[in-house]
Design a protein around this ligand. Structure first.
Ligand code: ZN
Length: 211
Protein backbone atom coordinates (compact mmCIF):
# COMPACT_ATOMS: atom_id res chain seq x y z
CA UNK A 1 0.00 0.00 0.00
CA UNK A 2 1.45 3.37 -1.00
CA UNK A 3 1.23 5.72 1.97
CA UNK A 4 4.08 8.12 1.33
CA UNK A 5 4.72 10.64 -1.49
CA UNK A 6 8.31 9.48 -2.08
CA UNK A 7 7.08 5.94 -2.54
CA UNK A 8 4.46 7.19 -4.98
CA UNK A 9 7.06 8.99 -7.11
CA UNK A 10 9.41 6.02 -6.98
CA UNK A 11 6.64 3.69 -8.13
CA UNK A 12 5.84 6.06 -10.98
CA UNK A 13 9.45 5.98 -12.15
CA UNK A 14 9.51 2.19 -12.09
CA UNK A 15 6.23 2.08 -14.03
CA UNK A 16 7.49 4.50 -16.72
CA UNK A 17 10.70 2.48 -17.07
CA UNK A 18 8.75 -0.73 -17.46
CA UNK A 19 6.63 0.77 -20.24
CA UNK A 20 9.62 2.19 -22.12
CA UNK A 21 11.54 -1.07 -21.80
CA UNK A 22 8.72 -2.69 -23.82
CA UNK A 23 8.20 0.25 -26.20
CA UNK A 24 10.94 2.91 -26.12
CA UNK A 25 8.85 5.42 -28.13
CA UNK A 26 5.62 4.96 -26.12
CA UNK A 27 5.68 8.30 -24.29
CA UNK A 28 7.15 10.21 -27.26
CA UNK A 29 4.25 9.05 -29.42
CA UNK A 30 1.68 9.78 -26.72
CA UNK A 31 3.01 13.28 -26.17
CA UNK A 32 2.05 14.19 -29.74
CA UNK A 33 -1.66 13.52 -29.46
CA UNK A 34 -4.46 11.60 -27.76
CA UNK A 35 -7.00 9.62 -29.76
CA UNK A 36 -9.05 7.69 -27.20
CA UNK A 37 -12.15 5.93 -28.45
CA UNK A 38 -13.80 5.75 -25.03
CA UNK A 39 -15.12 8.25 -22.55
CA UNK A 40 -15.49 6.56 -19.17
CA UNK A 41 -17.79 8.11 -16.59
CA UNK A 42 -17.36 6.35 -13.27
CA UNK A 43 -17.11 6.61 -9.52
CA UNK A 44 -14.05 8.09 -7.78
CA UNK A 45 -13.71 4.90 -5.70
CA UNK A 46 -10.02 3.86 -5.47
CA UNK A 47 -10.94 0.27 -6.31
CA UNK A 48 -12.33 1.17 -9.74
CA UNK A 49 -9.44 2.64 -11.78
CA UNK A 50 -10.67 2.53 -15.42
CA UNK A 51 -7.32 1.85 -17.11
CA UNK A 52 -6.26 -0.87 -14.71
CA UNK A 53 -9.51 -2.82 -14.63
CA UNK A 54 -9.71 -2.82 -18.43
CA UNK A 55 -6.03 -3.57 -18.99
CA UNK A 56 -5.75 -0.46 -21.14
CA UNK A 57 -2.91 2.01 -21.49
CA UNK A 58 -2.60 5.78 -21.11
CA UNK A 59 -4.19 7.35 -24.19
CA UNK A 60 -7.00 4.81 -24.52
CA UNK A 61 -9.67 6.06 -22.12
CA UNK A 62 -10.72 9.64 -21.44
CA UNK A 63 -12.18 9.71 -17.93
CA UNK A 64 -14.55 11.66 -15.77
CA UNK A 65 -15.01 10.45 -12.21
CA UNK A 66 -17.02 11.69 -9.26
CA UNK A 67 -18.59 10.28 -6.11
CA UNK A 68 -21.49 8.09 -7.22
CA UNK A 69 -20.79 8.36 -11.00
CA UNK A 70 -23.40 11.08 -11.46
CA UNK A 71 -24.21 12.93 -14.66
CA UNK A 72 -26.07 16.11 -13.87
CA UNK A 73 -26.93 18.55 -16.62
CA UNK A 74 -26.07 21.51 -14.39
CA UNK A 75 -22.63 20.12 -13.45
CA UNK A 76 -20.22 22.26 -15.47
CA UNK A 77 -17.35 19.89 -14.76
CA UNK A 78 -19.10 16.79 -16.08
CA UNK A 79 -20.71 18.59 -19.04
CA UNK A 80 -17.33 20.04 -20.06
CA UNK A 81 -15.71 16.61 -19.97
CA UNK A 82 -18.46 15.18 -22.17
CA UNK A 83 -18.30 18.11 -24.59
CA UNK A 84 -14.51 17.89 -24.86
CA UNK A 85 -14.57 14.13 -25.35
CA UNK A 86 -17.20 14.30 -28.08
CA UNK A 87 -16.34 17.49 -29.91
CA UNK A 88 -12.55 17.67 -29.61
CA UNK A 89 -11.50 14.06 -29.22
CA UNK A 90 -14.44 12.60 -31.15
CA UNK A 91 -14.72 9.51 -28.98
CA UNK A 92 -17.23 7.05 -30.38
CA UNK A 93 -18.12 5.17 -27.17
CA UNK A 94 -19.22 6.27 -23.72
CA UNK A 95 -19.24 3.89 -20.78
CA UNK A 96 -21.24 4.77 -17.71
CA UNK A 97 -19.84 2.53 -14.99
CA UNK A 98 -21.19 2.12 -11.48
CA UNK A 99 -19.98 -0.45 -9.00
CA UNK A 100 -21.11 -2.75 -6.24
CA UNK A 101 -19.92 -1.74 -2.79
CA UNK A 102 -20.33 1.95 -3.66
CA UNK A 103 -20.13 4.23 -0.62
CA UNK A 104 -22.46 6.76 -2.27
CA UNK A 105 -25.18 4.14 -2.67
CA UNK A 106 -24.73 2.88 0.89
CA UNK A 107 -24.95 6.43 2.23
CA UNK A 108 -28.39 6.84 0.65
CA UNK A 109 -29.84 3.51 1.78
CA UNK A 110 -28.35 3.91 5.28
CA UNK A 111 -29.38 7.58 5.32
CA UNK A 112 -25.91 8.51 6.54
CA UNK A 113 -24.85 11.24 4.07
CA UNK A 114 -24.36 14.68 5.57
CA UNK A 115 -23.63 18.22 4.46
CA UNK A 116 -22.20 18.72 0.98
CA UNK A 117 -22.13 15.02 0.27
CA UNK A 118 -25.85 14.76 1.05
CA UNK A 119 -26.49 17.62 -1.38
CA UNK A 120 -24.34 16.03 -4.08
CA UNK A 121 -26.07 12.66 -3.72
CA UNK A 122 -29.62 14.06 -3.92
CA UNK A 123 -30.25 12.52 -7.38
CA UNK A 124 -29.58 9.05 -5.93
CA UNK A 125 -31.82 9.80 -2.93
CA UNK A 126 -34.65 10.79 -5.33
CA UNK A 127 -34.11 7.65 -7.35
CA UNK A 128 -34.28 5.52 -4.20
CA UNK A 129 -37.50 7.17 -3.02
CA UNK A 130 -39.08 6.80 -6.44
CA UNK A 131 -38.37 3.07 -6.61
CA UNK A 132 -38.70 2.26 -2.92
CA UNK A 133 -41.40 -0.36 -3.40
CA UNK A 134 -38.91 -2.46 -5.32
CA UNK A 135 -36.58 -2.56 -2.31
CA UNK A 136 -39.12 -3.75 0.26
CA UNK A 137 -38.32 -7.45 -0.10
CA UNK A 138 -34.60 -7.18 -0.68
CA UNK A 139 -31.86 -7.87 1.86
CA UNK A 140 -29.68 -4.85 2.52
CA UNK A 141 -26.83 -6.26 0.40
CA UNK A 142 -29.13 -6.86 -2.55
CA UNK A 143 -30.62 -3.39 -2.07
CA UNK A 144 -27.14 -1.83 -2.35
CA UNK A 145 -26.57 -3.74 -5.56
CA UNK A 146 -29.96 -2.94 -7.03
CA UNK A 147 -29.68 0.78 -6.32
CA UNK A 148 -26.18 0.83 -7.85
CA UNK A 149 -27.68 -0.65 -11.03
CA UNK A 150 -30.67 1.68 -11.07
CA UNK A 151 -28.33 4.61 -10.59
CA UNK A 152 -26.29 3.64 -13.66
CA UNK A 153 -29.47 3.43 -15.74
CA UNK A 154 -30.62 6.83 -14.46
CA UNK A 155 -27.25 8.42 -15.20
CA UNK A 156 -27.26 6.99 -18.72
CA UNK A 157 -30.62 8.67 -19.23
CA UNK A 158 -29.23 11.94 -17.96
CA UNK A 159 -26.14 11.58 -20.17
CA UNK A 160 -28.37 11.07 -23.22
CA UNK A 161 -30.12 14.36 -22.51
CA UNK A 162 -26.90 16.37 -22.67
CA UNK A 163 -26.53 18.68 -25.64
CA UNK A 164 -23.20 17.22 -26.69
CA UNK A 165 -24.69 13.71 -26.98
CA UNK A 166 -27.88 14.86 -28.73
CA UNK A 167 -25.89 17.00 -31.19
CA UNK A 168 -23.73 14.06 -32.06
CA UNK A 169 -26.72 11.91 -33.03
CA UNK A 170 -28.45 14.85 -34.77
CA UNK A 171 -25.35 15.11 -36.97
CA UNK A 172 -25.46 11.38 -37.70
CA UNK A 173 -22.09 10.76 -36.09
CA UNK A 174 -21.28 7.44 -34.45
CA UNK A 175 -21.76 7.36 -30.69
CA UNK A 176 -22.55 4.27 -28.66
CA UNK A 177 -23.48 4.43 -24.99
CA UNK A 178 -23.12 1.50 -22.58
CA UNK A 179 -24.02 0.83 -18.94
CA UNK A 180 -21.68 -1.32 -16.84
CA UNK A 181 -21.38 -2.36 -13.21
CA UNK A 182 -18.03 -3.31 -11.76
CA UNK A 183 -17.93 -5.92 -9.03
CA UNK A 184 -15.14 -4.96 -6.63
CA UNK A 185 -15.40 -8.47 -5.15
CA UNK A 186 -14.49 -10.26 -8.39
CA UNK A 187 -12.73 -7.65 -10.51
CA UNK A 188 -15.25 -8.21 -13.29
CA UNK A 189 -17.42 -5.84 -15.29
CA UNK A 190 -21.07 -6.72 -15.85
CA UNK A 191 -22.87 -5.38 -18.90
CA UNK A 192 -26.33 -4.09 -17.97
CA UNK A 193 -27.48 -4.62 -21.54
CA UNK A 194 -27.84 -0.97 -22.51
CA UNK A 195 -26.68 -0.13 -26.03
CA UNK A 196 -27.87 3.25 -27.24
CA UNK A 197 -26.53 4.56 -30.53
CA UNK A 198 -29.29 6.84 -31.80
CA UNK A 199 -32.23 8.95 -30.67
CA UNK A 200 -34.54 6.10 -31.66
CA UNK A 201 -32.60 3.76 -29.33
CA UNK A 202 -32.90 6.38 -26.60
CA UNK A 203 -36.71 6.49 -26.87
CA UNK A 204 -36.80 2.70 -26.69
CA UNK A 205 -34.49 2.73 -23.65
CA UNK A 206 -36.59 5.38 -21.89
CA UNK A 207 -39.74 3.36 -22.48
CA UNK A 208 -38.32 0.22 -20.93
CA UNK A 209 -36.04 1.54 -18.16
CA UNK A 210 -36.89 2.34 -14.57
CA UNK A 211 -36.48 6.12 -14.61
ZN1 ZN B 1 -18.62 4.46 -5.64
Amino acid sequence: MIDDINQLIKKNKAWAEEITSGDPSFFDQLSLDQRPQFLWIGCSDSRVPPNQITGSLPGEIFTHQNVGNLVQLNDVNCMSAIKFALEELEVTNIVLCGHYGCGAIKAIIDNSAEGLLKKWLEPIAHLYQKNKAEFADLSVDLAYKRLAELNVIAQVNSLCRSNAVLDRWANNKTLKIYALIYDVGSGLLKDLGVNISSKADLFEFQRSAYL
